[in-house]
Design a protein around this ligand. Structure first.
Ligand SMILES: Cc1cc2nc3c(=O)[nH]c(=O)nc-3n(C[C@H](O)[C@H](O)[C@H](O)COP(=O)(O)OP(=O)(O)OC[C@H]3O[C@@H](n4cnc5c(N)ncnc54)[C@H](O)[C@@H]3O)c2cc1C
Length: 440
């Protein structure tokens, strides 16, 4: 059996490119699809989908392949690979970008920055636009311009039946609601139309370092500055081992600023005043350098696990849990990032994304290389994250790294989850798109 009129590339077990085609960012994912269909067009997506359904294959859809669970890769199934739909067309006059469903964030950033434009995108340039946007999308511009999904004007969507729909505020508004944060369970997005903003090309990253035992006061002071933070600033605190401090666990407080760096520097004094840091990094860089800063640390082919929490407030006890390092040599690094700003301007009811009221997001990620150490590293990350669980209001669907439905239920409010499941029954009654974190 083959796919009718398919213009892209079909790769089967044993073919050249099969192993690279099934590999995703997280090296713990090692599944073997029966067929990889690397689509070259929307028509290819329709054909591949029809073929997969007729052949009774479970279907996964790959954007950038960065979901922690490796959702697109289906054992014995069909992997619809969108990496051939990666074009980015920027219109600087209308400030719009049309972006293929398999594009990576870096391509969007580079295309838009030619004109000093950008839209909210994640912090690592090799992440897929597809999965990130469909789950919500947070990044250094979120406080100024909203989530990535808040900046989508329209989607081109291939439904489970193979229909190609344009989805916008006025065309299929029910789907428009669900595609804004509901994940990839409603169809295949072959193109996104984004609104872009004149952000300039410069950025500033500020980190003030503290020994862990002295960091409590600084973290509390950093938190108390939240109400004063301009939208161009994203306050960040980190904890983790740092080579420049002999590999000791250190904490840092600071912020990332996008735009006029002189204006950004004016905030520095208030952050310096909250404690006595042992060192500082104040770095001016281009927006594109900021967006690729972590690319190498977050490279492919390493075993990974992640745990995230949203918190509606940051009490002292949560700060203590964030700093509680103990003697665990496997304890992973972590980050607290301020939410709010333009994310809260969008009424909660307008989108499937359910955490506009979060004050901060906590994320921790473990990385290692030896499969024999999987349980130890995953266990250490879970234990650490459990310390912040009493303060959490839920989780971001795009940080889910556990295969259980309870994790997904933390990603959506109960009413939004019900509405998403109803939407799914309408547009995908046979449950073709199973490879998402949405519990059905
Ligand atoms: C290194 C790294 C950095 C990250 N940084 C951020 C960050 O700064 N901000 C943030 O918000 N998130 C971030 N994330 C989380 C990221 O949003 C998710 O991992 C997201 O799932 C990645 O999307 P993807 O297309 O690369 O993944 P994939 O694994 O390809 O897809 C994830 C899900 O989306 C579906 N999907 C993907 N594309 C489409 C499409 N076009 N149409 C329909 N369904 C589709 C897939 O079927 C799957 O269910 C990061 C993740 C990593 C690994």
């Amino acid at each position: 059996m083959t796919i009718a009129a398919f213009e892209g590339l079909l790769v089967r077990p044993g073919d050249a490119g099969y192993d690279s085609g099934r590999a995703v960012w997280n090296a713990t994912v090692d599944r073997r699809p029966a067929l990889i269909a690397r689509c070259a067009s929307t028509a290819d997506v329709v054909s591949a989908l029809r073929y997969g359904r007729e052949a009774g294959l479970e279907i996964g859809v790959r954007g950038g392949g960065h979901s922690f669970l490796g959702l697109p890769v289906v054992e014995g199934g069909l992997l619809i690979d969108l990496s051939g739909l990666a074009s980015v067309h920027v219109d600087p006059v209308s400030r719009r970008a049309r972006v293929g469903g398999g594009a990576l964030l870096g391509a969007l950033d580079v295309g838009a920055q030619r004109y000093g434009l950008a839209t909210t995108a994640g912090n690592v340039s090799h992440t897929g636009v597809g999965g990130l946007t469909l789950g919500g999308g947070v990044g250094w511009l979120a406080r100024a311009y909203g989530l990535t999904c808040d900046n989508v004007a329209s989607y081109e969507l291939v439904t489970a039946d193979g229909d190609v729909l344009r989805v916008s505020e006025t065309e299929h508004p029910d789907l428009f609601w669900g595609l804004r944060g509901g994940g990839g369970s409603l169809g295949v997005v072959t193109a996104f139309e984004f609104r872009l903003h004149p952000v300039g090309t410069r950025a500033l990253a500020v980190d003030l370092f503290y020994e862990l035992e002295d960091a409590g006061t600084a973290l509390r002071g950093w938190r108390d500055l939240f109400p004063e933070a301009p939208r161009q600033a994203t306050p960040v605190a980190r904890v983790g081992r740092r080579d420049e401090y002999g590999g000791r666990p250190m904490a840092s407080i600071g912020y990332v600023w996008v735009g006029d760096v002189d204006e950004g520097r004016r905030l520095l004094a208030s952050y310096q005043r909250v404690g006595k840091p042992v060192g500082q990094n104040v770095e001016e860089l281009s927006y594109l350098d900021l967006q690729t800063w972590s690319d190498d640390a977050e490279r492919h082919a390493i075993r990974r696990y992640c745990k995230g929490h949203y918190l509606r407030s940051l009490p002292d006890a949560a700060i203590e849990a964030f700093l509680a390092w103990g003697n665990d040599p496997l304890r992973p690094g972590a980050r607290l990032t301020l939410n709010g700003g333009a994310v809260r301007d969008v009424p909660d009811a307008d989108t499937a994304y359910s955490h506009r009221d979060a004050l901060v997001e906590f994320t921790t990620g473990a990385d290692w290389t030896d499969p024999a150490e999987d349980d130890a590293y995953i266990g250490a990350a879970r234990t650490y994250a459990a310390g912040l669980e009493p303060y959490t209001s839920g989780t971001y669907v795009n940080t889910i790294a556990d295969e259980d439905a309870s994790a997904a239920r933390r990603a959506y409010s109960p009413d939004k989850l019900t509405r998403l499941q109803e939407l799914k029954r309408t547009y995908d009654p046979d449950n073709v798109f199973t490879r998402t974190s949405l519990p059905t």
